[in-house]
Write a protein that binds this ligand. Sequence first.
Ligand SMILES: C[S@@+](CC[C@H](N)C(=O)[O-])C[C@H]1O[C@@H](n2cnc3c(N)ncnc32)[C@H](O)[C@@H]1O
Length: 258
Amino acid sequence: MSGFSADWLALRGPADARARDTGLGVRLGAHFAGRNRLRVLDLGAGRGANLRATAGLIGASQHWVLADNDAALLARAEPMPNTTVEFREVDLAAGVAGLFDPAPDLLTASAFFDLCGSEWIDRLVAAVASCGAAFYAALTYDGRGDWLPPHPLDAEVLAAFHADQKRDKGLGPALGPGAHAHLSARLRGQGYGVFEAASDWCLTQSADAELIAVLAQGSAAAVAGTVGSERAEIWLASRIGAERVTIGHRDLLALPPK
Ligand SMILES: C[S@@+](CC[C@H](N)C(=O)[O-])C[C@H]1O[C@@H](n2cnc3c(N)ncnc32)[C@H](O)[C@@H]1O
C-alpha cells in the first residue's frame, strides 16, 4: 500500500485527463514519428492513468513498463491498444538502475515528481540523459491553489499544505511545488530541449462536487497538525462548497539533444 487509494486516483482521473496540455502531447507524438516500436518506462504508474492518456499520442507500438510499489494499484492497470505492458512492483527509493536495462526510449510519469526529492531527481535525470531517452512529466503540482469564493484561512492553509508537501515521502525531502522547476533546470543542464505548459485542474461545484469535497477533506487533514484541527475544520466546512477551484499543475516534455 502506498497511501494513494485507487478510489482517489479514479476520482481525479477525469480532471487529470482534461487538464493535460494537448500541445505537448502532439509534440511528443511528432518526436517519435516514424518509429515502429518503443520502450516506455512509467514511474509511480499507479493504476495506469498515464498509460491511458499517453499511449494514444504515439503512433508506434509500445512496450510499457509500469513501475510502482503498490501492487494493488498496478493490478488495476490494463494495456491499451497498440501496447504491451509489464508490471514492476518496486520501491523507487532503491533507485531506477534495474528499470533501465534495457534502456527506455521514453521516461514518463504523471502526478509523481512533486513527491520526489532533489537528489533523487538528479540521479534520475542523469540516468535519462545517459541513455538519451525522451522525458515526459504530466501534472506536477506547482503550488497554486485558488478556492472561490475566497476564505480568510486560504493563505494559511495553503502555506501549511506546502509544508506538508515537502515531507519525505520515501524519495528524499520532497520538492513539492518546486519539483517542476528543478526538473526543468536539470534537463536543460543536460542539453535537453524543454517544453512546458500549464495543466491546471479547473473544477466547478456543478461538475466536480465530489472531487472538490475529497480534495478539501484531504487538504484539511494534511494541515490540521499545523494550523490546528479547529481552524482546519472551519476552513473545510466552507471549502467543501467552493464554487470554483483551480489547482496549478505543469506538464513538461524534454527532448534529447540531437
Ligand atoms: C499521485 S499517485 C499517481 C499515480 C498515477 N501516475 C496517476 O497519474 O494516476 C503517485 C504514485 O506514486 C507511487 N509511489 C510513491 N512513492 C513510490 C515509491 N517510493 N516507489 C514506487 N512507487 C511510488 C504511488 O504508489 C502512486 O501510485
